[in-house]
Design a protein around this ligand. Structure first.
Ligand code: 6PG
Length: 472
């Protein structure tokens, strides 16, 4: 057992923390864990008993004294005030030059505040979003660090060793100053919400209009995962659909209550996009649908009050093909909006993002990993000034070849009263995005009419106001 001078410290020995520390040790670094909960400490010591490289303590001083300096301490605790409490508990035991890394889903402005506060005490603090769930933490997550580059370089060898690998490349890279890492993780989660909503809608329409059984749906998603829709979320959807219920006959999916919870990161993505003035309707609606799902009681009452439309069946082969194309279209639109938000946030907050780097570190380990990210990375590395993914020629082709199916699926859903809001918002966003002329000239006229808000003209320079009403 190493007595002192451990390479790496980790606070928060929940499932994610425990798995991450075991991953660090597997990669040859000695790691010391800390949690106030004795049971968690003991369980890590027991789990790591065959390793020379793992130790843990519930005593903060023992923990900090065991680490080599500068100390490299990762916090994996729930976002919010707990992060501040943990920082305060560590502070008296830290030295100037030590490094604290917050890998929870902290709100990016909190990271900026903490960085400033700790800088005044000589401590480096940065956010490094981690994605991949418990399994990712154990076997290789995608890691999104930002903040002080100098501090990042101290932990870079550890992060590169533990991160997921895509064709041998680690899914971690320094992303930019300040809260860049937490910001990227937040948008990752917004995209995650969007893709999950789109997938659930396709599952619904295949069931209701195609009459596909769960076994058939399992096969369909499995097949799709071998094609251009290859992604973690499509893969786990296929696995979920074949899972039989342990407690009763039938499939587990049919027994799960249709109320989806949320911890807030998707909502933050939408709220911040509003602040930036960036439209991300495919993500917004995914947040709203979790809220609609929570209105179970009202939905049940309303379903008895309004006549159901009855669904007309559509040919299975035709529907399956169109659904695959529509889902691909929706995925592209969702990533496009997420990357647009990252591009704008980079300018607004000075993050200096390289979108191609972000796409590359999302290719493995994280929840939104998908084959498509390789093509997104290529688009952004080919053109460093690409303002929107939909303006890249290879994406024009991808959209053109799937657009008609998106329209077909959405029309069928609307006709049959099946809600497909993620797909509808994606298509509407696309149709607006590619419109040279929108009817917003009328909105400008109305604003000027009732509030003298002025308008611009298409045929001459300047700001104009018209006296629309004859007030005499
Ligand atoms: C990840 C996930 C992870 C968490 C989500 C769940 O990348 O590993 O995004 O961070 O599972 O935040 O979010 P909701 O509870 O809001 O669905």
């Amino acid at each position: 057992m190493v007595e002192f001078g451990y390479d790496f410290g980790l606070v928060g020995l929940g499932v994610m923390g425990r798995n991450f520390i075991l991953n660090v040790a597997d990669n040859g670094f000695s790691a010391f864990g800390h949690d106030l909960d004795e049971i968690k400490v003991e369980s890590l010591i027991t789990e790591g008993r065959d390793s020379e490289k793992i130790n843990a303590s519930s005593n903060v001083e023992t923990f900090t004294n065991s680490l080599s300096v500068p100390r490299k301490i990762l916090l994996l605790v729930p976002a919010g005030t707990i992060v501040d409490t943990v920082i305060e508990s560590l502070l008296p035991h830290l030295d100037k030059g030590d490094i604290l890394i917050d890998s929870g889903n902290s709100f990016f402005t909190d990271t900026n505040r903490r960085e400033e506060y700790l800088k005044s005490k000589g401590i480096h603090f940065f956010g490094a979003g981690i994605s991949g769930g418990a399994r990712g933490a154990r076997l290789g997550p995608s890691i999104m660090p930002g903040g002080s580059e100098e501090a990042y370089e101290e932990v870079q060898p550890i992060f590169e060793a533990v991160a997921a690998k895509f064709n041998g490349e680690p899914c971690v890279a320094y992303l930019g100053p300040k809260s860049a890492g937490n910001y990227v993780k937040m948008v990752h989660n917004g995209i995650e919400y969007g893709l999950m909503q789109l997938t659930s809608e396709i599952y619904d329409i295949l069931k209701k209009l195609g009459g596909f059984s769960n076994a058939e749906l399992h096969e369909i998603f499995k097949k799709w995962n071998e094609g251009r829709l290859q992604s973690y979320l499509v893969e786990i959807t296929s696995e979920i659909l074949k899972k039989e219920d342990e407690h009763a006959n039938g499939y587990l999916i049919d027994k799960i209550l249709d109320k989806a919870k949320q911890k807030g990161t998707g909502k933050w993505t939408s709220q911040n996009a509003m602040d930036l003035g960036i439209p991300i309707p495919s993500i917004d609606i995914a947040v709203s649908m979790r809220e609609v799902s929570a209105m179970k009681e009202e939905r049940e009452k309303a379903s008895g009050l309004y006549k159901s439309l009855g669904t007309e069946k559509v040919g299975k082969d035709e529907l399956e093909k169109a659904a695959e194309e529509a889902l691909y279209f929706g995925f592209v639109l969702t990533y496009a909006q997420g990357f647009h938000q990252l591009t704008e946030a980079s300018m607004e907050y000075g993050y200096e993002f390289e979108p191609s780097t972000i796409a590359r570190i999302w290719r493995a380990g994280c929840i939104i990993r998908a084959g498509l990210l390789e093509e997104i990375a290529t688009a952004y590395s080919k053109n460093k000034k690409l303002s929107h993914l939909l303006l890249d020629m290879s994406f024009v082709n991808k959209i053109e070849s799937t657009l008609q199916s998106a329209r077909k699926i959405i029309s069928a859903a609307i006709k049959n009263g099946i809600p497909l809001p993620g797909h509808t918002n994606s298509l509407t966003y696309f149709d607006a995005f590619r419109s040279k002329k929108l009817p917003l000239n009328l909105i400008q006229a109305q604003r000027d009419y009732f509030g003298s808000h002025t308008y611009e003209r298409i045929d001459r320079e300047g700001i104009f106001h018209t006296e629309w009403e004859d007030l005499k």
